[in-house]
Design a protein around this ligand. Structure first.
Ligand code: 5GP
Length: 125
């Protein structure tokens, strides 16, 4: 089934400025803000400004500039939070849920960056 981007999703509304967010970084193609229900001391959501539903949609359709900007933003947020394992930080986890098996709630591609505490194993079962 082709992707059908719903421009009424909550992150589309954040991008249009219709609802507030706690922005931590904004670049030409990317916005990052704190999750409203943080699961860890660091819980940032990184989203492209373009209308992409999930990671594969973004990875296969976004421009090189959008992908580079997004990827650099993820790195920058790790840097800003001092969680880089190669730079004295304790590490982190990135998660991008997709579709029903991935239990994606908001149908605008977003990457979770979680850190600031031991996160346990990746999957419980
Ligand atoms: P998903 O399950 O789709 O990967 O994660 C969606 C995330 O978006 C959840 O962690 C949820 O707490 C967060 N979220 C949902 N609505 C809002 C909102 O209005 N503002 C912010 N900052 N985060 C939200």
């Amino acid at each position: 089934m082709p992707y059908n981007y719903d421009d009424q999703n909550i992150f589309a509304k954040i991008l249009r400025g219709e609802i507030p967010n706690d922005t931590v970084l904004e670049t030409e193609h990317t916005l990052a803000f704190n999750d409203i229900q943080p699961q860890a001391p660091v819980h940032v959501l990184v989203i492209p400004k373009g209308p992409y539903v999930c990671h594969d949609h973004f990875a296969l359709n976004a421009s090189d500039a959008e992908i580079a900007d997004f990827t650099r933003a993820v790195g920058k947020i790790c840097q800003m939070n001092s969680i880089q394992p190669g730079e004295g930080g304790e590490g982190y986890r990135t998660i991008a849920n997709a579709g029903s098996d991935g239990v994606q709630e908001v149908p605008h591609f977003h990457m979770h960056i979680l850190g600031g505490r031991p996160l346990g194993r990746m999957l419980s079962k």
